[in-house]
Design a protein around this ligand. Sequence first.
Ligand code: SAM
Length: 291
Amino acid sequence: MNLCDIKSIKQLMAMFSLNFRKEFGQNFLTDNMVVEDIADACSSDENAAILEIGPGAGSLTKELALRYRKVIAVEIDNGLIPLLKYTLGDFKNVTLVNADVMKLNLGDLLSDSFAEGSVSVCANLPYYITTPIMMSLLESGLPFDSITVMIQQEVADRLCASAGSKAYGAITAVLNYYGTAERLFTVTSDKFLPEPKVDSAVIKITLHKQKPYVPLDEATFFRTIRAAFEQRRKTLPNALSAVFGELSKETITKIITEKCSLPADIRGERLDTAQFAALSDELFREIKKNV
Ligand code: SAM
């Protein structure tokens, strides 16, 4: 059965008395080439285990199962489970888990997979929860090799932006701390059923095996990034002063200009992740001095 064929998807949904559930971001892919390209991009290791988030009717799951050692597919919608058992019944290397991925302990679920070899994430992510899912995967500290996801085009542009560009934001700087993001290709909205309002893009995040910069204090590092982008239009000394109330603006300006060799009128959006790490180390040292 062609799981990307619009007629087949509609027949399957009718057979299991299902409707597309907007609250779960259900827009299923209807283009075999796109599904195959996502599955291909996911890993270069055929022995990899793949965590798929939101298998839907199973089109991507099937392509992953054909390419990789095993697939663990987590689907929130219990109505889709009988349908998935029907469409993926022949694939003995697929494990279906009926759960909300945000509530799962992924460390427990994937402990065997991590012990056996590399683990990557692959998903056509539900739009309503894209950023929280991505952040929770990155912050989990689990040793995923890579995360290949289809997300809204605008979010993809933001995540893959370079420092100083319009699309660059706090989330870009934070993501670069965990890995390297690469924009693979665009997928227009007519490749989905039902059609979403916006186009999508597939990105691949390759996680750092070892982080290139380890800030003295992670909390201060994230606080520095948040502060710099909270008021984008302000210069960095002003933006940081608004959040780091324990330091005077004069001290903050000195840290920026003297310790970090940056101009006093620079805006936070020009700093890359390494510069944020260096700046946050200096801020942390100064805060510590004053306690
Ligand atoms: N992979 C399928 C495809 O490409 O055709 C479906 C993708 S659809 C955009 C998103 C899928 O994620 C839906 O099947 C939806 O039910 C599921 N989903 C939404 N929220 C979820 C969550 N919190 N945990 C697990 N699955 C979720």
